[in-house]
Design a protein around this ligand. Structure first.
Ligand code: PXG
Length: 448
C-alpha cells in the first residue's frame, strides 16, 4: 500500500496516477507515459525530470506574457493576504470595478460593461443567456434560437456544447439544447490551402445566415456566436470580409452577434481583441485565458452599453439579471488580471505580436514541403500545420506528434486531430521562432 499522507508525498513525482480522471486527455496513454510538469519560466516549462520544454502553446492559449511572471504572482499573493474571498452578489471589491474598466477600455468603443465568470465555457453560456434575456425584456421573447458554426468551440457547458460544432465534443451528450442551428465551417482546403492570414476565399459563406433566417424566421433568432479565428478545431482564420458580412446580416435582422474571443482576446491576433483587427463591432465579446495570463481562472463577457442599459429598468432593488457565479470576479483572479494587463501595456505585447506576425507566418510556411503537410494556416501569432492522417486513422499522427514533441524534442505543441497548432507566448523572440520551426520539422519527420 502506498503511503498517501500529505507530507509523504513528493511534489515532483506522484505516487499514484489512478485517481485523477484527466480532462480532454487520453488517460490510459498518459498514465503509461506521463507528461508531468513541475515549473515554468518565460518561454519554457520544466518537467518533473528537469528538462526545459519550449512552450509553443502558451500553455493552452493562456500565458501570453510567458510564464512565472513575478508581478502576477506577487499581486495574487498580496491579494490573498488582504482579502481572500468576498461575495460577488450584492457586494463588491474595488479590484473588480477597476479590472472591468480596464477591460472595457481595451475593447472597441460601445462595448462598455463586463460580466465576470471563471472560464471560457461559463463566458459562452453567459453570453447566450444574456442574449435570450435581452430579447425577452425587449418584448421579443420569441427570439430564442441560437446559431453557432460547424467546427466552432465554445467550451463544454450545455449552451456552448450545443452551439459548438466539433462533432467529437457533441456526439456523446444527447440532443443538447433545442432550437440551435449551425452555419457552415469557413474552411475549404481546395480554395484556401497555404493562405497566410485571412484567406481570400469564403466571405460569401456568411450569406448562409440569410438562408437560416429564411428557414426559421428572423423573429425566432436570438444570437449568432462565432470565433473570429476557430482555434480548438485546428486554427481556421476568418476569410477576408466574412465577419463584416455576418455583422451586416445580423444587424439587418435584429440578431445579436457574439464574438467568442477566449483565444483571440488579449493580443493573440496582434490587437487587444480580434474585433479591432477586423473593424467589426459585435454585441458581445467573450474572453478568458489571457485575461490573467492563465495564472488564475477567469472569464467574462463584454457587452454593448445598449444591452446593459436595457436591463437597467424596473424597481432599483430588484436584481436585473438572475445569473452569476460564486467565484465571479474572485479577488485573486482580479488581482492577477490587473497585474497581467499592466504587463501587456508596459511591454506592448499586442503590438509586438502584430509586428512579429509576418516573420512568424513566413517561418511556419517554410514547413510546407515537409512530409504529409497538406495545409498551413496562419494568423496573428498562431498557426495550424495540418498533416494527412496515417494508416491508423484520423488523429493518430497528431497524437504521435504531441508525444514526439514532448518526449523527444523538448517542445510543447497543441494538437487538434492531425493539425499541429502553434500559439506561443507573445514574448517569443525571433530566434525562438526559429527554434520552434526546427523542432516542429523534426516532429513532422519523426511521425512520417
Ligand atoms: N471558447 C473558445 C473559443 C475556446 O477556445 C472556450 C470557449 C472554453 O474555455 P474554458 O476556459 O472553459 O476551457 C475555449 C477553450 C485547444 C484547446 O487545444 C482550446 C480550448 C480549451 C482546451 C483546449 O485548442 N479553448
Amino acid at each position: 500500500m502506498l503511503d498517501k499522507s500529505p507530507n509523504q508525498r513528493s511534489v515532483n513525482v506522484p505516487n499514484d496516477l489512478a485517481a485523477f480522471w484527466m480532462p480532454f486527455t487520453a488517460n490510459r496513454a498518459f498514465k503509461k507515459a506521463p507528461r508531468l510538469l513541475a515549473g515554468a519560466k518565460d518561454m519554457h516549462y520544466i518537467t518533473t525530470d528537469g528538462r526545459h520544454v519550449l512552450d509553443a502553446a502558451a500553455g493552452m492559449w493562456c500565458s501570453n506574457a510567458g510564464h512565472g511572471r513575478k508581478e502576477i504572482a506577487a499581486a495574487i499573493s498580496k491579494q490573498a493576504e488582504a482579502l481572500d474571498y468576498a461575495p460577488p452578489f450584492q457586494f463588491g471589491i474595488p479590484q473588480a470595478f477597476e479590472l472591468a474598466s480596464r477591460i472595457a477600455e481595451l475593447a472597441p468603443k460601445g462595448l462598455e460593461q463586463v460580466f465576470f465568470c471563471n472560464s471560457g465555457s461559463e463566458a459562452a453560456d453567459t453570453a447566450l443567456k444574456i442574449a435570450l434575456a435581452y430579447h425577452q425584456i425587449n418584448g421579443q421573447g420569441g427570439r430564442c434560437r441560437l446559431i453557432g458554426r460547424e467546427r466552432g468551440y465554445h467550451g463544454v457547458g450545455f449552451g456552448g456544447t450545443s452551439v459548438g460544432g466539433i462533432v467529437g465534443n457533441r456526439k456523446m451528450f444527447g440532443t443538447l439544447l433545442t432550437g440551435v442551428d449551425h452555419l457552415q465551417s469557413t474552411y475549404n482546403r481546395d480554395k484556401q490551402a497555404f493562405s497566410k492570414g485571412e484567406p481570400e476565399w469564403g466571405a460569401d459563406l456568411a450569406d448562409e445566415l440569410e438562408r437560416l433566417v429564411n428557414l426559421h424566421g428572423a423573429n425566432t433568432i436570438a444570437a449568432v456566436i462565432v470565433e473570429p479565428m476557430a482555434g480548438s478545431t485546428g486554427v481556421i482564420p476568418a476569410p477576408k470580409g466574412y465577419l463584416k458580412r455576418l455583422r451586416e446580416i445580423t444587424q439587418k435582422h435584429g440578431i445579436l452577434l457574439i464574438f467568442d474571443e477566449v483565444i483571440t482576446g488579449f493580443g493573440r491576433l496582434g490587437f487587444a481583441f480580434a474585433a479591432e483587427r477586423y473593424g467589426v463591432l459585435p454585441d458581445m465579446i467573450t474572453f478568458a485565458k489571457g485575461v490573467t495570463n492563465g495564472a488564475a481562472p477567469m472569464g467574462g463577457v463584454i457587452v454593448r452599453d445598449t444591452i446593459y442599459e436595457a436591463f437597467m429598468a424596473g424597481p432599483e432593488h430588484v436584481i436585473e439579471l438572475c445569473h452569476g457565479y460564486t467565484y465571479s470576479a474572485h479577488p485573486l483572479a482580479c488581482a492577477a488580471g490587473l497585474a497581467t494587463l499592466d504587463i501587456y501595456r508596459d511591454e506592448k505585447l499586442f503590438e509586438r505580436a502584430n509586428k512579429l506576425e509576418p516573420k512568424f507566418a513566413d517561418a511556419v510556411m517554410s514547413l510546407r514541403n515537409e512530409p504529409n503537410v497538406v495545409d498551413i494556416r496562419t494568423v496573428g501569432l498562431t498557426a495550424g500545420i495540418e498533416l494527412s492522417p496515417n494508416k491508423e486513422g484520423p488523429g493518430k499522427r497528431g497524437f504521435e506528434a504531441l508525444q514526439s514533441g514532448f518526449h523527444d524534442n523538448d517542445i510543447m505543441v497543441r494538437v487538434a486531430g492531425d493539425t499541429i497548432a502553434l500559439t506561443p507566448p507573445l514574448i517569443i523572440s525571433e530566434a525562438q521562432v526559429g527554434e520552434v520551426i526546427e523542432k516542429v520539422a523534426k516532429i513532422i519527420r519523426a511521425v512520417a
